[in-house]
Design a protein around this ligand. Structure first.
Ligand SMILES: [Zn+2]
Length: 436
């Protein structure tokens, strides 16, 4: 039995799906205008791991996992203007990078990846419904959600009215009836991306995108809605208000699951603070995707994760040890304690600790796959990434030097390889090598 912490009730509860043959999970995905940083990678890895656990528990085809792509947004429009290109040039480029970066971290593609620009009709339909029901109004080409029309607004974030107004202050505008009201649709001037609508040419606000795409692909009430802690307010609060008011009070999600921040020292990692580290940079520096994945899973997902060089090194050391223990094992059974640890609100630190005490290589290999780890063979892990032919050529060169009793040359070759992270081991059968 999987137990999950639900942000709405602030408690850990048994996870019982509405329909165990079609479990629905939605996670707010990337706004594609820049390279993803490690903080953005955390929810991708966390919910990928939860998806693996659900599929293990309920069956390979039991889960419909949707992660959207926000491909219309003011930051995208600004980037496109700065480069003098169409917004689609920006969004296609950064979506491709996002998928490459997450793929390197072992994140499998979600079942569905809806794109905002392709789902304008369901958004317009939901906005029309909200207007009909008295939950939204048109003002100066904008459509706004009327927060006072929803008595349950604020239930997820548990904010009072003062805090909500402070949180909405960035959107204060003369056409708002109430300072807490938020935008569902806004006008697009000529030359800016837009679509025709009953309120003129314009584009959707961010929040309506998720509500409309959840309804279109998964249904009115889903099992799990996920995302980073920073999305609780206002984004998820607004998603809830839109969906519940449009659907006659049906709750949007039965479990709200939020991951904590990745921080750099005392600060949250964020693009606006300029303190970001990207998976792309770390991979470029020679770190392996699986090392970064293990680092991201090393803390419980709800806790903050301090990102340090030491964390990366420690994760690499653990993986070296696990790969050595697993050797070239084939698949085996899954360790019950690993499943139990993950079932307890995705307790990845406990699951990782348990993995390190499993003796049977096949059980280790298969249990690690539940966390998306040990996906390579030990041989690939210790040697992968190096140009094998070039290393073999240098080893042959060194052997020839030794035969000619030119030990200085032989040592130089060994040292050069070591500086490239290649360790030579001389044995009775000749010289073998591995990555450091
Ligand atoms: Zn969302």
């Amino acid at each position: 039995m999987i137990r999950l912490h639900d942000t709405m009730t602030r408690e850990k509860r048994p996870f019982v799906p509405i329909n165990r043959d079609r479990i629905t999970m939605y996670v707010c995905g990337p706004t594609v205008y820049g390279r993803a940083h490690i903080g953005n990678a955390r929810p991708a890895v966390v919910f990928d791991t939860l998806a693996r656990l659900i599929r293990h528990e309920y069956g390979e085809n039991s889960l419909v996992y949707a992660r959207n792509v926000t491909d219309v947004d003011d930051k995208i429009i600004a980037s496109a203007e700065a480069e003098g290109v169409d917004p689609s040039v920006i969004t296609e480029r950064y979506e491709r990078f996002y998928l490459e970066d997450m793929g390197a971290l072992g994140v499998a593609s979600p079942t569905i990846a809806p794109h905002a620009t392709r789902e304008i009709a369901p958004m317009v339909a939901m906005i029309e419904r909200l207007i009909e029901r008295g939950n939204a109004y048109e003002a100066q080409g904008h459509v706004l959600f009327s927060v006072p029309s929803d008595p349950d607004y604020g239930a997820l974030s548990r904010r009072d009215r003062e805090q909500m107004i402070a949180g909405a202050r960035v959107e204060v505008a003369p056409y708002k009836r109430d300072p807490a009201d938020f935008v569902l649709w806004k006008p697009s001037p000529d030359g800016v991306i837009g679509w025709d609508s009953p309120w003129g040419r314009g584009r959707p606000g961010w929040h309506i995108e998720c509500s409309a795409m959840i309804r279109a692909h998964l249904g009115e009430t889903i099992d799990i809605h996920g995302g980073g802690l920073d999305l609780i307010f206002p984004h998820h609060e607004n998603e809830i208000a839109q969906s519940r008011c449009a659907h006659g009070g049906a709750p949007l999600a039965r479990f709200w699951v939020h991951n904590g921040f990745v921080d750099m020292g005392a600060e949250k990692m964020s693009k606006s603070l300029g303190n970001i580290v990207t998976p792309a940079d770390l991979l470029e520096q020679g770190h392996r995707g699986e090392t970064l994945r293990l680092a991201l899973l090393s803390a419980h997902y709800r806790q903050p994760l301090p990102w340090t060089e030491a964390l990366i090194e420690q994760s690499k050391t653990i993986l070296d040890r696990l790969y050595r223990a697993a050797g070239d094992a084939e698949t085996g059974e899954i360790d019950a304690d690993v499943v139990e640890a993950l079932s307890d609100d995705l307790n990845t630190p406990a699951a990782l600790a348990r993995l390190q005490s499993i003796d049977d290589p096949a059980v280790l290999k298969t249990s690690a796959s539940l966390l998306g780890l040990l996906s390579s063979s030990a041989d690939e892990w210790f040697r992968g990434g190096a140009d094998e032919a070039a290393v073999e050529a240098r080893i042959a060169e060194r052997a020839a030097a030794k035969k000619a009793r030119d030990f200085a040359a032989a040592d130089r070759i060994r040292d050069e390889l070591k500086s490239e992270g290649i360790i030579l081991e001389d044995g009775p059968g000749g010289t073998t090598w591995r990555r450091e």
